[in-house]
Design a protein around this ligand. Sequence first.
Ligand code: ASP
Length: 447
Amino acid sequence: MAGWFKIDLWKRVIAALVVGLAVGLGLRYGMGAEAGGAFAETWIKWIGDLFLRLIRMLIVPLVFFTLVSGIIAMGDPKRLGSLGARTLGTYLGTTAIAVTLGLIMATIFQPGASLTPDTFANADGSGLEDARARADAAGGLVDRLLNIVPTNPIEALASGNILQIIFFAIMLGVGILMAGKIAEPVAKWFDGASEAMMKVTIIVMETAPIGVFGLMATVMATKGLGVLQSLGTLAIALYLACVLHMIFTYGFGIIKGVLGLPVLAFFRGITDAQAVAYSTASSSATLPVTITCAEENLGVDKAVAGSVLPLGATINMDGTAIYIGMVALFGAQAMGIEVTLSQYVLVAVMATLVSIGAAGIPSAGLLLSGAALTQVGIPEAQAALIIGFILPFDRLLDMMRTMTNVTGDAAVATAVAKWEGELDEGVFRADDNLSAHVDDREKPVPS
Ligand code: ASP
């Protein structure tokens, strides 16, 4: 048993995925679609359902606590100092571009369109009318915007109204910062609560291999292989959006366009951090390498790197923002829901805010995308099913969005350092001529 937990979680998830796939297809083609499907519904489905309930349990407290503590972290003068406004402005600006790009890609590629709405219907077939009715009932833009403000925050928490929860979390975070010294214990408490929720998430994720097995076997037995096409399209759309964002927004936009620095030197300088981000799928775990790359290869001053990068690893997640917007549209396409212009805007705002709240750990973005799914009118139960449907494949998607998140942190750190006059351009440009690996930094630097 101990040996089981020693294997990386993602490897266990992939193994479970393969076994679930084989068992589900075995049932479908061995017993026949009808009998195999019925067998899976009776004997295996509950395993996936249990896992989905665990995920649903996480969403509200995870959003609430991580967002309040995220806001508190932003205002911590020790972390931000005089760099504050610029850093936050650049973070938000790039995230807005990211989320727009994600929505455009998801609209072009239509990853959810190949699914039929009944993929995510409840067992009794309900859930779909409910989704459409909710989408219709949500009203016009003014009503929707008004509805962001909760009249009773406790009710918002209890009913899981994510936008209202986000609004209240931001207000509370700001209030705690404004109250200053007297509210320090509360700030600490929220930090602790958000850490604790992250641990609860980790416990739940430990059950993912079993849940993934249940979900996969049931989907394959009842729906067959065809449903995988949609996930392939989702992966292509996400990879493309992330690559475009890294090259054009960070590379040619910030590094070359705004700062006038060589693009290649930037990417060579952060290769190590990108590789670690891609393989760990965690911005937080990558942070030490990101800091080293920024200081040693990009010439970012220690104080800037030490304040801007930890903050970025917590709140600047462009890859995650791209993804959350995409998942919302994926769900809407699968459920056959028309997304109106005002919903696009709200999904974009939601994706930006949720990406700020997301923790830099594997799969955080997917778990929180439930918030954006409910925004296009998808009921919570179906949102959990959609998350459960994507989850077995999330690792591959997570690796790419984490790499994007980390690249964004490094680009913003470079920009802030340059604006503050704390960028050693000799070191940055040296990478034009030299190999940029962290351990090569002893080499002489031509100026
Ligand atoms: N794994 C991502 C990160 O650490 C967050 C996410 O799941 O999108 O940056």
